[in-house]
Design a protein around this ligand. Structure first.
Ligand code: F6R
Length: 596
């Protein structure tokens, strides 16, 4: 969702801010803007559309060494130039960008800002007008910002310029990610490390309700009450090249093809010096000690959780329930006495998961987060963290994070291991190799996408047991980037209603990787074929028929989702490519979903 970059230092900020915003494009946005402190004035430029549109309207002659930038994903007010950030106070003294949602904006307008004529439909404008109001009533700027923070209900990451002090960049945070980057003769802020990684790899985490005063020499962090906070910096586990596409046409293609490497990296990160399986003992103990594991996640991460449940129940013998985060709060399952909550979140910032985390912590339960982003909100706020080691995932559609989640879940289950012994590293090693072979067959997937999918309005993925969970993820991939309406369906359930939707040439893709269900799913394929469907089969070699379209080398059946998803990711990629869709940035979507 929205992204923020800010810089104060010695170089011209334009490219630093625009480049940083481009690094945040993956989060999803519909407009962008920049403010540059220039000769005791603040130059503001904003535009609906992409960063390239913003570049197009920017006055190249404006220079400055202090600036802030923003990508907006509309929540309050349509995506247009006026609603884009930055926003300015009525006298234009203060200029501000904001990520998050202010829940009490109406009350604040009513209580403090009745006389102000607002120019936009955003909740953000309330913040900048409040700061100006408190300053006009005699408060010092720092106090006015902290006072404003204390009035706000909701989430915010803020970057603020004061026209009367061109040597300071102010920032604040609550429930929305924000990092400060420390440099030599300059300092930065950003929604994530990637926005700053070309300039620094030295970051301060910022806690909720903290306020920052930043000059080119120093970063000072304060509580909302004005007490100074001391904190060490940390380095992020990424380098600048991780965030580049290299020779790949799209990040999604790069990330699909990184999967074998990621699986091997996970094996090495979860090994001890003897090459044996290592997971932090406290985590293993917590899983062993709980009477039920509750997996909380959204979207693709939820799909990984469904497969994780199979590992925990079949390998570790641990009862497990998987709940969609946004449902949990309103429809909480009857909890056991000693539950452990496992949050799965690539970004570690998903607001729906965080809402559950806050709730279950209040209830006194233990929590564990599985995430790709060290230092992310969910990671910081959980008792323990397991990292994915997948490297930055930039394409909005998750690929390598999904398989990394499944791989780490299998490792944790194998470590707990109460039921069956599995040489998990050997099996995952086979998976990495099989993924490579599958990646080599991409011309085949392109042809299949062209033949079966491109001209279709809708499509079905069908499977049973573990294959059904793969189908859920495969269908999400296809629909989110190609906009073909796709359903992942339990193959045996079709005949109970949904088979009515099968028409001449409706694509039905069957996934068959489990011996126990092979014949049943094949019967379901016959049923839809008899009603005119155009069928495609993805199967494991030992279960395959001559006519199957994609055959996967034999791997451990429990881990087969890790292999079976690869062709499905490519099918989605090629369907979107052939339809001319924006593969890495599908419409309406955001990578990091920081609103509930
Ligand atoms: C789909 C996708 C989303 C995310 C979901 C949760 O490709 O990426 O469905 O999985 O928004 O995000 P995280 O894992 O960051 O919590």
């Amino acid at each position: 969702m929205c992204g923020i970059v800010g810089y104060i230092g010695f170089e011209d900020v334009k490219e630093i801010i625009l480049g940083g915003l481009e690094k945040l494009e993956y989060r999803g946005y519909d407009s962008a803007g920049i403010a540059i402190a220039n000769n005791n004035n603040v130059y503001v430029c904003k535009e609906k559309g992409r960063i390239k549109d913003l570049r197009g309207c920017l006055d190249v002659n404006v220079t400055g060494t202090l600036g802030i930038g923003h990508t907006r994903w509309a929540t309050h007010g349509v995506p247009n130039k006026i609603n884009s950030h930055p926003h300015q106070s009525c006298t234009k003294r203060f200029t501000l960008v904001h990520n998050g949602i202010i829940e009490n904006e109406n009350e604040l307008r009513e209580k403090f800002l009745k006389d102000i004529e607002f120019t936009s439909d955003t909740d953000t404008e309330v913040i900048v007008q409040l700061i100006e109001k408190f300053v006009s009533e005699g408060e010092e700027v720092e106090l006015a910002i902290r006072h404003t923070m204390s009035e706000l209900e909701g989430s915010y990451a803020l970057a603020i310029l004061d026209k009367e002090d061109m040597n300071t960049l102010y920032a604040a945070k609550n429930k929305t990610p924000l990092l400060a980057g420390k440099g030599e003769g300059f300092n930065m802020i950003g929604s994530d490390a990637m926005a700053m990684i070309n300039y620094t790899n030295n970051f301060y985490e910022i806690e909720d309700k903290e306020f920052l005063k930043i000059t080119k020499e120093k970063i000072e962090i304060f509580t909302i009450y004005g007490n100074k906070v001391t904190r060490d910096t940390y380095t992020a586990d990424i380098d600048a090249s991780d965030t580049e596409k290299g020779t790949y046409p799209h990040y999604m293609m790069k990330e699909i093809e990184e999967q074998p490497f990621v699986i091997r990296k996970i094996i090495s990160e979860y090994s001890d010096e003897n090459g044996d399986l290592f997971v932090e003992p406290e985590i293993v103990e917590n899983v062993k000690a709980c009477d039920k594991l509750y997996i909380i996640a959204c979207g693709t991460s939820y799909h990984a959780g469904l497969i994780g449940k199979q590992f925990f129940e079949k390998i570790a013998g641990k009862p497990t329930e998987v709940v969609i985060a946004s449902e949990f709060i309103y429809n909480m399952p009857l909890l056991t006495e000693k539950p452990l909550f496992l949050f799965i979140s690539q970004s570690g910032e998903t607001a729906d998961c965080r809402a559950v985390l806050v709730k279950v912590k209040q209830m006194g339960f233990k929590t564990l987060t599985l995430t790709n982003v060290k230092g992310s909100t969910l990671s910081r706020e959980s008792d323990n963290t397991l990292l994915l080691y997948a490297g930055p995932e930039i394409a909005v559609a998750s690929t390598k994070a999904y398989t990394a989640q499944i791989a780490v879940l299998s490792i944790l289950a194998a470590k707990v291991n109460n039921k069956i012994n599995i040489d998990i590293f050997k099996e995952l090693g086979k998976i990495a190799y099989t993924m490579e072979t599958l990646c080599d067959d991409k011309d085949n997937y392109k042809e299949l996408a062209e033949k079966f999918l491109v001209k279709s309005r809708n499509c079905f993925y069908i499977g049973r047991s573990m294959d059904y969970f793969v189908c859920l993820e495969a269908s999400l991939k296809l629909k989110e980037i190609s906009y073909i309406q796709t359903e992942g369906f339990a193959a045996g359930e079709l005949k109970h209603g949904t088979i009515a939707l099968i028409e001449h040439d409706t694509p039905v893709i069957a996934v068959i990787t489990q011996e126990s269900i092979n014949l049943n799913t094949r019967s379901n394929i016959k049923e839809v074929k008899a009603r005119g469907a155009a069928t495609m089969v993805i199967s494991l070699k030992k279960l395959s028929n001559e006519t199957d379209d994609i055959v996967i080398d034999d791997v451990n059946e429990l881990l087969s989702p890790l292999a079976a998803i690869i062709p499905a990711q490519y099918l989605a990629y090629y369907a979107a490519l052939l339809k001319g869709c924006d593969i890495d940035k599908p419409r309406n979507l955001a990578k990091s979903v920081t609103v509930e």
